[in-house]
Design a protein around this ligand. Structure first.
Ligand SMILES: *[C@@H]1O[C@H](CO)[C@@H](O)[C@H](O)[C@H]1NC(C)=O
Ligand SMILES: *[C@@H]1O[C@H](CO)[C@@H](O)[C@H](O)[C@H]1NC(C)=O
Ligand SMILES: *[C@@H]1O[C@H](CO)[C@@H](O)[C@H](O)[C@H]1NC(C)=O
Ligand SMILES: *[C@@H]1O[C@H](CO)[C@@H](O)[C@H](O)[C@H]1NC(C)=O
Length: 319
């Protein structure tokens, strides 16, 4: 599973440690997944106050933002951080959200302190996942969130969104899958088909049913076509109340809001795997060629021979 929180979490732990223990001034910029920027500040004067500014991916025009944030974000922040947080209005220049954490109020118990910092490090999911959480909480209660015109578009990457079609007994989630380069598109397409097939055949009754299609599913027919440009097809999940009951809600919100990153991660891994395999194939081909050479050729010092040999040596040293 993705552990995107780890990097920002590590930074936060170091910062709280150094500032609380040593009263060090800190000013740190951080980028995650190439689309969310963070700015973390602690001043010498008030070492127990941590300012965390967040810049969110630019939403596409279909998404509903309320005063610069996804709907439900303010409530989600208050629910997650309680009285340790103050939301600054307006946020720092160049950011969409600035939170002031009062670290003096952190629980003394190390486990609780740790749990809280993990939550601070998950600010991306708290904010971007807020509308998803609102809709899925309604599903858990078998109702539909009011004032939402389906399909509901939620931002997850710059200028890209995924779509929710909420009903009282299920929520359909559709991801138009876009990738940047032609190799990624090919790998992602086959990965997604494999992913859907594997889940179907494994008979995973507890995980949401999932499908893949080349064309947009019916649920998002009304959406403007530029929001539906996908070069690796469409993935659809159907979420039922049993997937969001009690503690399962958090996991489902996390899985759905990181789905694109999850696929990208696997695409990058298979790219690395293919490069390794290709290199091995070239090496064994060279060995086979060398072995197949008639004896008479051995004495002929051709440049063709030399270049092959050099490639073989260089390659084995990089493995
Ligand atoms: C987020 O902040 C940036 C920089 O200030 C701004 O350009 C952008 O419009 C903001 N996004 C929203 C949705 O308000
Ligand atoms: C997509 O590709 C273009 C050009 O190939 C590059 O400039 C851009 O940064 C890439 N975007 C992402 C998100 O990788
Ligand atoms: C979330 O993802 C994890 C890991 O891929 C999986 O084990 C789990 O079943 C998923 N949960 C839901 C509710 O989809
Ligand atoms: C050409 O290949 C043969 C057989 O592997 C080898 O003995 C010979 O030294 C090579 N010649 C050069 C110039 O590398």
């Amino acid at each position: 599973m993705l552990t995107s929180t780890l990097t920002i979490y590590t930074v936060l732990m170091l910062i709280t440690f150094f500032s609380l223990e040593k009263g060090v001034e800190l000013d740190h910029h951080w980028v995650e997944f190439d689309d969310v920027r963070y700015h973390i500040q602690v001043s010498m004067k008030n070492p127990h106050l941590l300012l965390l500014s967040v810049s969110l991916p630019t939403p596409s025009s279909e998404t509903i933002f309320v005063r610069g944030l996804p709907f439900g974000a303010i409530e989600a922040i208050k629910a997650a951080y309680g009285n340790l947080v103050q939301i600054l209005d307006p946020p720092r220049d160049g950011y969409n959200l600035t939170l002031k954490f009062n670290l003096a109020k952190l629980p003394a118990n190390p486990d609780q302190k740790h749990a809280f910092m993990v939550k601070v490090a998950s600010i991306r999911e708290v904010v971007l996942g807020a509308p998803l959480r609102v809709i899925l909480q309604h599903l858990a209660a078998r109702t539909v969130a009011p004032d939402l015109d389906p399909p509901v578009a939620l931002v997850h990457r710059p200028n890209e969104c995924f779509f929710l079609f909420p009903q009282a007994d299920k929520v359909t989630v559709v991801y138009p899958m876009r990738f940047n380069d032609s190799i990624d598109i090919v790998l992602a397409t086959s990965f997604l088909q494999e992913f859907v097939e594997a889940r179907r055949t494994a008979g995973l009754h507890n995980t949401p049913p999932c499908s893949w299609s080349v064309t947009p599913p019916l649920e998002i027919k009304g959406v403007p076509s530029d929001a539906l440009s996908a070069n690796a097809g469409f993935v659809t999940f159907v979420i039922y109340p049993r997937h969001v009951e009690g503690h399962k809600l958090d996991r489902t919100v996390w899985n759905l809001s990181t789905f694109h990153a999850y696929v990208s991660y696997h695409v990058k891994c298979s790219e690395g795997f293919m490069h390794t395999r290709m290199r091995r194939r070239v090496e064994s081909l060279i060995q086979a060629l060398d072995r197949a050479k008639p004896d008479a050729e051995n004495s002929k010092k051709t440049s063709f021979n030399r270049s092959f040999k050099r490639l073989g040596l260089k390659d084995s040293s990089t493995n």
